[in-house]
Design a protein around this ligand. Structure first.
Ligand code: HEM
Length: 486
């Protein structure tokens, strides 16, 4: 039998109950009512919701070979991206070839070599926050500049670069094309065989494809002409490239780049909201920074391992709120049985991050931001997803978030502008696929004149030429025994 779930109607199942906005709220209510494994039927698609860490690990990690595909998205994936979006590729030989292509540049060892870029961009972040409180824009610039430098060999210095602005447009188009239930061709894929005049969606998909394809191809070609090492050159010289077209490689690079921007940005926005809503822990973090680092220099990447409280803040930040609270769906490629329940082949599997993070059995007062939960403890948080689809950028992202948090706390008192702690409820977050805090006003106040001076001097003194930094990154890779392919 299928796992329990809300009663279904004939033919449409639970489609009438399918949430349009903030689906995680409905999903977590069902999980509370029916347990950690829930099944619903959205118009013929069997959807399994997973609501706790143990069940997610048992199925999605331990049985990764059958839980690592993706639900089919005809309009968003097959037509708009012509099947080249790595996040939407079905699990199989082709997907694994693309994963092998990226494996060497995203390993923990390779990711540890990218710290010169994270050092520069976090210094720029602090310097900019001395003169503006527009933190979402500054976090976006910080996150984007790290990945654009790696993938294409250039920096995002202002956040107004045409490549980033076009990437915004691409994301908007992707969200539009990927709307669940909006396109008839998603429900009846055979309609794609109709003659073109009878397929109005095809024109939209073709237009979106052209915009995105142009962006990825131009970025790739520009990157190949830049002076220093970058991922584009590396991928084009790989042995996997022999089996792939330039266009496929350009899309892999483009998606890696896009996937690194909004994610890191929103994670830092959550951190900022937590500073305003639950400030009690901040003094402990700053006391640790003052005793290990002192007032005369910024914390460095090397300091991080001597800063257990800061590490706990980073971990709690990942737990407190996930950027995608409903989880990123997987799909099964075989029938499976678990604790007496049947999970059919082709089911959509949703690991509901919101339910896992607010599980009262594991986390006391889960809405509160309490870094102490992590001191001396190994708990689960699964920020990065599951099985063969686990986030390939996780080592880079963790390093970026950790150095940004350490330096922000070292340099600033981060406070709500109106002096009032925001009350954290679901309605302070946006309701789309990626859920960010709704706009709120924050002041980034330097902790002292000395802290301001160190921020300014560190910025002035640091190397800003991306070619020099990428040459350093390449040298570091060779020094740790890696073999850059370009
Ligand atoms: C704090 C920042 C980040 C968070 C919270 C995050 C989280 C995630 C999650 C939850 C998934 C889905 C895993 C699954 O399906 O089980 C994912 C996938 C992915 N992430 Fe990240 N990510 C972050 C940063 C990055 C960065 C920096 C990159 C690239 C450099 C990246 C590239 C990707 C890609 C390409 C996928 C698709 C993997 C696939 O479908 O096989 N992410 N990420």
């Amino acid at each position: 039998k299928l796992p329990p779930g809300p009663p279904r109607l004939p033919l449409i199942g639970n489609l009438h109950q399918a949430p349009k906005d903030a689906p995680w709220v409905t999903f977590s209510k069902w999980i509370e009512e029916y347990g950690p494994l829930v099944s619903v039927d959205f118009g013929g698609t069997n959807v399994i919701l997973i609501g706790d860490f143990d069940t997610a690990r048992d199925l999605m990690d331990k049985r990764a070979n059958i839980y690592s595909s993706r639900p089919r998205m005809v309009m968003g994936g097959e037509l708009t991206c012509r099947g080249m979006h790595i996040m939407l590729r079905p699990f199989g030989e082709e997907f694994l070839l693309h994963q092998r292509l990226e494996a060497t540049v995203i390993s923990p060892r390779a990711s540890g070599c990218y710290t010169p870029l994270q050092d520069l961009e976090s210094k720029v972040l602090l310097k900019n926050l001395l003169s503006t409180n527009d933190f979402p824009k500054q976090y976006e610039r910080f996150s984007a500049s790290i990945v654009y430098a790696l993938v294409y060999g250039f920096r995002i210095e202002t956040g107004e670069e045409w490549q980033l602005l076009t990437a915004h447009e691409v994301l908007k188009n992707f969200t539009y094309a990927g709307q669940v239930g909006a396109w008839i061709v998603d429900a009846i894929p055979a309609l794609e065989y109709l003659p073109t005049p009878l397929k109005p969606w095809k024109k939209v998909a073709d237009r979106f494809f052209m915009i995105e394809n142009d962006l990825h191809m131009t970025n790739l070609n520009d990157a190949l002409n830049r002076k220093s090492w970058n991922w584009s050159k590396d991928f084009m010289n790989s042995k996997e490239k022999k089996e792939l077209s330039d266009t496929e490689v350009a899309w892999d690079l483009g998606i890696l780049c896009d996937a690194g921007v909004e994610t890191t940005n929103v994670t830092l926005q959550h951190f900022t909201l937590a500073c305003c809503a639950y400030p009690d822990w901040i003094s402990k973090a700053q006391t640790e920074l003052d005793s290990i680092v002192g007032p005369d220099r910024l914390p460095t990447v090397e300091d991080l391992e001597k800063l257990p409280y800061i590490q706990a803040v980073v971990e709690e930040n990942f737990r407190w709120r996930h950027i995608v609270p409903s989880g990123i769906p997987h799909a099964t490629t075989q029938d499976d049985f678990y604790k007496g329940f049947w999970i059919p082949k082709g089911s959509t599997i949703i690991p509901c991050f919101l339910s896992m993070r607010t599980d009262g059995k594991l986390f006391d007062a889960p809405w509160e931001f309490r870094p102490e939960r992590w001191i001396g403890k190994q708990q689960q948080v699964n920020n990065w997803g599951y099985g063969r689809r686990v986030c390939p950028g996780r080592f880079i992202a963790r390093n970026s978030v950790a150095i940004a948090i350490a330096r922000l706390l070292w340099a600033f008192n981060i406070k709500p502008k109106n002096g009032k702690k925001p009350l954290i409820e679901e309605n302070v977050f946006t309701t789309g696929f990626v859920s960010a805090p709704k706009p709120f006003d924050v002041v980034f106040e330097p902790r002292s004149a000395q802290h301001r001076k160190v921020v300014e001097e560190s910025f002035d003194a640091t190397e800003k030429d991306v070619s020099v930094l990428l040459d350093d990154v390449r040298k570091r890779q060779v020094a740790v025994g890696l073999n850059p392919r370009a």
